[in-house]
Ligand binder design. Structure first.
Ligand code: ZN
Length: 65
């Protein structure tokens, strides 16, 4: 068992392990990223959804402190 690393299954959804960042009402950037996230989820693209969440978190920190 030495050196064994755990590999997540392909459908492992990292986004489910953290609460989704919530878009701020009336902010176009927030809305765009939230739409991108839900579009990615609808398409079954978990990594794109996670990307959108990362970008939304960064945007929230920078523009909605
Ligand atoms: Zn925003």
């Amino acid at each position: 068992m030495t050196g064994a690393t755990w590999t997540p299954p392909p459908d492992f959804d990292y986004a489910l392990r953290q609460a989704d960042p919530q878009p701020v009402a009336g902010c176009d950037d927030c809305e765009r990223l939230a739409q991108r996230r839900s579009a990615a989820r609808s398409a079954g693209d978990g990594s794109a959804a996670t990307d959108a969440n990362v970008l939304l978190r960064q945007h929230l920190q920078q523009d909605h402190p």
